[in-house]
Design a protein around this ligand. Structure first.
Ligand code: SF4
Length: 711
């Protein structure tokens, strides 16, 4: 296919964290098209999102001029870049003078390149002086990141390369559905099956991935941690733990051993709905295998006890002695294209570039030196994403949003829309008029994936080079140029000159000596090796694809067990809202759908919101297949088309979150946060359902809307 494309450039997909290699060039009809490329991650494979991604480059509704709203209830009108940036800078300075720098919030996206994420973090802390920057990666893999740091001393999605997957004898995949979310990765799982390996999937839905599994544990939403404790209980009871590994390479096992003593299989069956016999069979399988790999997706992570859930599965991995060797270990399957790099380089409220902690004086000093500022001038940790969004219109008066359609992707979206309207200034930089942009006071048109050079970091920690394919349309700026333009107006222009290559050089220096050390990575080395893994200190040779072979990244080099007790989700089904609601993605769409809803083939494949219901549940509710169903939670209500499936639990509804308006799943979800990772509980809340034509009965709390719910 690539031979037929004129001027084909080797680059990467704009969407998920697999960051598949592809080529983009002109097809015979003159339109942009995607071709296959033999890149080691995807080995020529792409999913339908990747194959159709070039359509975005020809999109007719592309934003190409800044837009300004002269009054809050007025329309957006075209403006020059000078007018738009002058307006933003004047407003930011006024807000800073009146309310302090922290009254300005910055919200980034997991799709930004490493260079842009780095520049955005620096802009917030140096040019604006605000502590309040966070990003939508907080909605994604934050619980796994926090758990990885606690247990292993480092957070890298997969601490091993994808090529380790086929060598695992047993894979336990918890709450992930890669067959739909990143299909090319399935070739690694298929190879594992061909070699005789087993795949166990934990999911409330019998997802396309679960259908490929040798065992499917159809867990009750919100009970993953209890299941992990139950598995560990059986493993210990049957003497299947690796006492040598535990003694040599870990700390804290004894307390965990005592804590899981009460998680006997019958009790865990009552909590999780997974039959005790299945728990025992899977524990035996795990305990007898030579190489075990445990992978988590968003299922266990997007919960108000997401960190605990992940730690419970890490306990299991450590007890089995299945870490620190090839073809085994725990890994998180990162979702967003650059979710990993986005937080490594300072887009997260508590982190500075190189995975440095913003509350660590030595870390602050190292980064401040590169930035040419005094360490004490850097703000401390700011509000996490949901807390920042919860403060809009209150302590936060202005919000700058880059590369994120937060109004569709954040929980409790109706309440968020109300708070956004209360802002003094909302600025949105995007490629299309997203739902969030449509509320903005100023909209800024920016470059998209193939219109600019940059680096991304995939789910393996492999830093890749996303090459520019074409120039952006006239009138469109890079996010980096916008930051430079604003910084000039804020008197900081010399620190923010935008050149992606030069910023990468600065990023290398800023990360030197940090946990995520990129100082030995260059474009040349990336191109020569199909990517370079971090950490890669300058002069230390190759990056490390496998971590933990000799030691873990904790101070004493040992991995840490953590005691985890099951606790219920923030909201459980009750009389008024008798079912579980869980949300997720489908094959044809990516995240908020801002891009994929505009691609014809994808929009035709999945044109709108639907709710997956078990037919027996639907029958008791008087719902027929294809009916419009009203779904109501304590936050609001939506209408979605009924799609029957016997693959979902009788007590659970599944709604994808890719759509806005009356089908917006996140109008329903709850902003209950994990106390450590501050991830919202997208995977569990209580819902009721009825045919949409039955008339509307709104409980008072639905009409009122809710603010942030503490976990
Ligand atoms: Fe690959 Fe993900 Fe793009 Fe699909 S969406 S082609 S899996 S990077």
């Amino acid at each position: 296919m690539s031979e037929a494309l004129a001027g084909a450039v080797e680059t990467h997909c704009p969407y998920c964290a697999l960051q598949c290699g592809m080529v983009v060039g002109r097809a015979e009809d003159g339109r942009w098209a995607v071709g296959a490329r033999d890149f080691p991650v995807n080995k020529g494979g792409l999913c339908r999102k990747g194959w159709t991604a070039a359509e975005l480059l020809d999109a007719p509704d592309r934003l190409t001029t800044p837009l300004i709203r002269d009054r809050k209830d007025g329309p957006l009108r075209p403006a020059t870049w000078d007018e738009a940036l002058d307006r933003i800078a004047a407003s930011l300075l006024g807000i800073k003078t009146a309310h302090g720098a922290d009254a300005i919030g910055v919200f980034g996206g997991g799709g930004l390149t490493n260079e842009k994420a780095y520049q955005l973090g620096k802009f917030a802390r140096v040019a604006l002086g605000t502590a309040n920057i966070d990003y939508n990666g907080r909605f994604c893999m934050a619980s796994a990141a926090a758990a990885g740091l606690r247990a292993f001393g480092i957070d890298r999605g997969l601490p091993f390369p994808l090529e380790d997957i086929p060598g695992a004898d047993v894979i336990l995949l918890v709450g992930g559905n890669p067959a739909e979310t990143m299909p090319p990765i399935m070739q690694y799982f298929e190879e594992q099956r061909r070699r005789g390996g087993k795949l166990i999937v934990v999911d409330p839905r019998r997802s396309p991935t679960a259908k490929l599994a040798t065992h499917h544990l159809q867990v009750t939403p919100g009970t993953d941690g209890a299941l992990a404790n139950g598995l560990l209980h059986v493993v210990i009871q049957r003497g299947l733990v690796d006492l040598g590994f535990i003694a040599e390479r870990t700390t804290g096992f004894e307390a965990v051993r005592r804590s899981v003593a009460s998680y006997w299989p019958d009790r865990v069956e009552r909590i999780t709905g997974v039959p005790a016999l299945e728990i025992e069979a899977v524990a035996e399988l795990l305990g007898q295998a030579k190489n075990v790999m445990v992978l988590s997706g968003r299922g266990p992570e997007q919960q108000s006890h997401g960190v605990d859930n992940v730690l419970a599965f890490i306990n299991l991995v450590l007890a089995l002695g299945q870490a620190g060797k090839p073809h085994s270990g725990y890994g998180c399957m990162t979702g967003q294209g650059n979710g990993q790099g986005g937080r490594e380089h300072g887009q997260k409220a508590d982190q500075l570039p190189g995975y440095r902690r913003i509350d660590n004086p030595a870390h602050r000093e190292a980064v401040a030196k590169v930035w040419g500022v005094a360490p004490e001038s850097l703000p401390q940790a700011g509000l996490s994403a949901c807390e920042l969004l919860g403060a809009l219109g209150g302590s936060v008066k202005a919000l700058l949003v880059f590369a994120c359609n937060v109004l569709v992707s954040a929980p409790d979206a109706a309440a968020l829309a109300r708070r956004m309207r209360d802002l003094d200034l909302l600025v949105v930089a995007d490629i299309f008029m997203s739902e969030t942009a449509s509320l903005a006071d100023v909209v800024l048109p920016v470059t998209q994936w193939a219109e600019e050079d940059g680096t991304m970091t995939n789910l393996e920690g492999r830093v890749i080079h996303r090459r520019k394919v074409t120039d952006p349309p006239p009138g469109v700026w890079s996010d980096g140029e916008i930051l430079e333009g604003l910084a000039e107006r804020l008197g900081q222009g010399e620190r923010f000159a935008w050149d992606s290559g030069a910023v990468f050089e600065e990023l290398r220096r800023a990360t030197a000596g940090g946990a995520a050390d990129y100082s030995g990575i260059s474009h040349e080395r990336i191109d020569a090796r199909d990517g370079v893994f971090w950490p890669c200190p300058d002069g230390a040779g190759e990056g490390r694809s496998r971590l933990f072979l000799d030691r873990f990244e904790t101070e004493d080099g040992r991995a840490r067990f953590h005691v985890v007790s099951h606790r219920p989700s923030a909201e459980s089904p009750d009389e008024a809202f008798p079912y579980f609601l869980t949300t997720g993605r489908v094959l044809a769409h990516y995240q908020s759908g801002t891009q994929t809803r505009r691609v014809r083939q994808l929009a035709e494949a999945e044109p709108g919101a639907f709710v997956e219901i078990h037919p027996e549940t639907a029958r008791t509710l008087g719902i027929a297949a294809g009916d419009d169903v009203r779904l109501t939670t304590r936050r609001g209500e939506i209408v979605a088309r009924a799609r029957f499936s016997r693959d979902i639990r009788l007590d659970t509804f599944f709604v994808p979150f890719h759509w806005a308006g009356e089908g917006s799943a996140n109008v329903l979800t709850i902003a209950a946060l994990d106390p450590i990772s501050r991830i919202p509980e997208f995977k569990v809340c209580a819902v009721r359902a009825e045919p949409a034509d039955r008339g509307q009965i709104l409980p008072s709390e639905v009409a009122r809307g809710h603010d942030l719910v503490p976990a």
